[in-house]
Design a protein around this ligand. Structure first.
Ligand code: SF4
Ligand code: SF4
Length: 319
């Protein structure tokens, strides 16, 4: 049995590949993009999110904890993250939902059983998507989930930053129908400064997957002050134009969903104040990104896709 840590399983997802999908989010990521809207996936280990504004002061958590991780002084409640082993006992007793356990050890078989329960909804184009965090930090677990779904003839996709050695990526090739990969910034120094990691492996792995004729969807989270300049998106498009199997290039406008989570997770620094580009700016970027060979799409807006370098609106067809 192969185990891993799952953040959550999202059913009926329509943003993680073609059709209706079941998306399995694995915990842990080697990049720490400050605009991430899922910072609960940064760390590999299960952990507790604390929302003090919901606490009613019942102290059930302190009674449940065998590690003295909840301390009360008068009405003040202090949670000692360093003592916590994420057993989840206090979470079960907290009816106010002030405490939330993020991450659960699962077997690949139990995950796939949950995925297969959704199979009636996959026709004609849906299936499984393995996501993160960065799922390739748990590569053996991810491969086993994909292998078991492939054995059941379920369409398989993976959302990955591809910033792993080729020997980690290569075993996915026969197991994955569609790769959805992020290219955030082409300039490597800027990429390192923002994400803490180089983009060299991502670009190299994209070239290798392309050479093997694997269908690719490439995505860029667009954040004002980070990568919203036309020449930055144009540089990514120039790179994608050198590949033959990019079916779609998606611009994902920044979303502030992750803001409140940093404090709940006890992360060191609150993220800087980020903004999404306007709809007009995104439309201009989509036109800038148009190249022969792939469709450009702005996610989450009514902005039409732009096709094949003509700059003309195109019907968005799932890869
Ligand atoms: S169990 Fe929940 S509501 Fe009760 S004191 Fe602990 S955190 Fe607050
Ligand atoms: S998860 Fe377990 S160890 Fe952590 S605070 Fe709650 S009861 Fe204590």
């Amino acid at each position: 049995m192969i185990n891993g840590v799952v953040t959550h399983i999202q059913r009926f997802s329509v943003h993680d590949g073609p059709g209706i999908r079941t998306t399995v989010f694995l915990k842990g990521c080697q990049m720490h993009c400050p605009w991430c809207h899922n910072p609960e996936t940064y760390r590999r280990e299960p952990e507790i999110q604390v929302f003090p504004e919901r606490c009613i002061g019942c102290r059930a958590c302190a009674a449940a904890c065998q590690h003295a991780a909840h301390e009360f002084s008068g009405s003040a409640h202090r949670y000692h993250r360093e003592r916590c082993v994420a057993c989840g006992r206090c979470v079960e007793t907290c009816y106010a939902k002030s405490l939330v356990l993020v991450g659960e050890q699962r077997t690949a078989e139990s995950v796939v059983a949950e995925v297969l329960a959704d199979r009636p909804f996959y026709q004609p184009a849906g299936g499984l998507t393995v996501s993160g965090g960065e799922p390739l930090l748990q590569a053996e677990f991810a491969c086993e989930i994909l292998r078991l779904c492939r054995r059941e003839a379920v369409h398989t996709a993976i959302e990955t930053n591809l910033a792993r050695p080729w020997k980690v990526v290569e075993p996915l090739v026969p197991l994955v129908d569609l790769f959805l990969a992020d290219v955030k910034i082409m300039d490597d120094a800027a990429h390192r400064a923002w994400t803490g990691a180089s983009n060299a492996r991502t670009l190299d792995n994209l070239r290798r997957l392309d050479a093997l004729n694997k269908p690719l969807v490439v995505r860029t989270p667009v954040v004002v002050g980070v990568n919203q300049r036309p020449e930055q998106i144009g540089a990514i498009a120039d790179f994608l134009a050198t590949l033959r199997n990019v079916r779609q290039y998606e611009l994902l406008p920044y979303h502030p969903l992750g803001k409140g989570k940093h404090e709940a997770l006890g992360l060191d620094r609150p993220p800087p104040e980020f903004h999404a580009p306007t709809a007009a700016e995104l439309a201009a970027l989509a036109a800038t990104a148009a190249r022969p060979g792939y469709v450009v799409r702005v996610a989450g807006t009514a902005q039409p896709a732009v096709d094949r370098g003509t700059g003309a609106p195109a019907q968005n067809s799932p890869p």
